[in-house]
Write a protein that binds this ligand. Structure first.
Ligand code: GLY
Length: 418
């Protein structure tokens, strides 16, 4: 299938001949102005995605850049260099689907469709599936093509991945375990705030199959996180542990934040976006409140340029690196939250803050803004400072959410993949 959804007109966005859709027409004058302002950023980003297709073909780059260049994903265990393993490979086709929608350039669709085949293979082969991050992976690699092109094989693989993810649901706590084997004493009963973004795969599986177990898992897991991973002051723990035998909530800890009691910036951003999505899936008001609380805390702890430091405990003058990926996720999450926020003034504030963050990224955190040659769309993220991974580098998820934020503001009726 090759038609861009609603494709019916030509345009010259990013300098190539392309097919665009009525969705590219912004709904009002204000939005048109913003869309026009962001058009050069879309073009520059699409050009990098295009170059990365030429460079990596059907293989996968590593999670983060090294000196602003993505190396091939390193070999690990049974996996050769460039293989489809771990949690970030879905962001590659995710960027390509977005680039297709933004430009209509067939090259992007073809590349993303080849990745969908590889994710179908990964699922059939049972390769590296024992993680809650099946949601990140299969939402972008397989639900997106189902939504955009009606790809039935991708749909089947995404449903199988959702079924596999359900195997991590732990009674009596009512949570989906994040990492590790289910019998690993270190990891059993532990969940992380990022998991909120894995729930949409289960909500989609419920929509597709009508099987209540998917909706029940989303409702219980997200209710547990809203109650326990969000602290009284509206900051969040990165991870939270439950007693696997009794189901009792135990304690919050961190893996990627500055400390157990600090507020890891990306986690707070996952909270904004993830609670806003899961509120819509469940209709649970507590999740809307959790999204608002995450947003309010995040926005109150931004530095002067609106791009968060890697942990929100740090601010201007602390000499710490930014996490531009947290900013990109928050830009998407604030836009999503603004669409469902019933209080008009709050909705306007969230929408405005999301645009402010996106503008800051475009103006100060891209290769074009800095005049550097990079194959990341967005510079200056941190993967894990405590682990020494990807500090002040580009990363695949930062690139994806930056492009998603651009799509949200330049394609008037863009529909999320999540
Ligand atoms: N989901 C893992 C991370 O945000 O680093």
């Amino acid at each position: 299938m090759s038609a861009c959804p609603n494709a019916d007109q030509t345009d010259t966005r990013d300098g190539t001949t392309m097919t665009t859709s009525p969705a590219h027409v912004a709904p009002d004058a204000g939005a048109s102005t913003l869309a026009r302002e962001l058009t050069p950023a879309v073009g520059a980003a699409a050009q990098i995605v295009r170059r990365n297709i030429a460079r990596f073909a059907d293989e996968y780059p590593d999670d983060t850049t090294h000196h602003n260049r993505y190396p091939l994903r390193p070999a690990s265990g049974p996996f050769p260099e460039g293989a489809n393993r771990d949690w970030t490979t879905g962001f590659v086709p995710g960027q390509q689907w977005l680039a297709w929608q933004l430009t209509g350039d067939e090259q992007f669709r073809a590349a993303a469709a080849r990745h969908a085949l590889d994710f179908e293979r990964r699922q059939r082969a049972g390769e590296d599936l024992d993680t809650h991050d099946l949601g990140f992976l299969y939402t972008l690699a397989c639900v997106a093509p189902w939504r955009l092109t009606g790809d039935q094989d991708a749909r089947a693989a995404a449903l199988a991945a959702a079924d596999h993810l359900m195997g991590r649901f732990l009674e009596p706590a009512g949570i989906i375990q994040a990492w590790g084997d289910l019998d690993d004493p270190e990891q059993r009963g532990r969940t992380i705030i990022d998991s909120l973004m894995n729930m949409p795969l289960l909500s989609w599986a419920f929509e597709q199959t009508g099987e209540q177990r998917y909706a029940d898992a989303v409702r219980r897991h997200t209710a547990q996180l809203a109650e326990h991973i969000v602290r009284a002051d509206d900051s969040t723990f990165h991870t939270f542990h439950w007693d696997p035998v009794t189901g009792q909530p135990l304690r919050g800890t961190t893996a990627q934040g500055a400390g157990d009691d600090s507020c890891w910036a990306r986690g707070q951003a996952w909270g904004i976006y993830g609670f806003a999505l899961n509120f819509q899936a469940t209709g649970s008001q507590e999740l809307l409140v959790a999204a608002e609380r995450c947003a309010d805390y995040f926005l109150a702890h931004l530095p002067a340029d609106h791009v968060a430091f890697w942990d929100l405990d740090f601010t201007d003058g602390d000499g710490q690196p930014r996490d531009s990926s947290a900013a990109a996720i928050a830009a998407c999450g604030l836009h999503e939250l603004a669409r469902v926020e019933p209080d008009g003034a709050r909705a306007d504030a969230y929408a405005g803050a999301g645009v402010q963050i996106l503008r800051a990224l475009v103006a100060g955190y891209t290769p074009a803004a800095e005049g550097v040659d990079s194959d990341a769309l967005l510079l200056h993220a941190v993967y894990s400072l405590p682990a020494g991974w990807g500090i002040d580098e580009g990363c695949l998820w930062g690139d994806y959410f930056y492009l998603e934020a651009l799509a949200r503001h330049t394609l008037a009726d863009w529909k999320r993949y999540w």
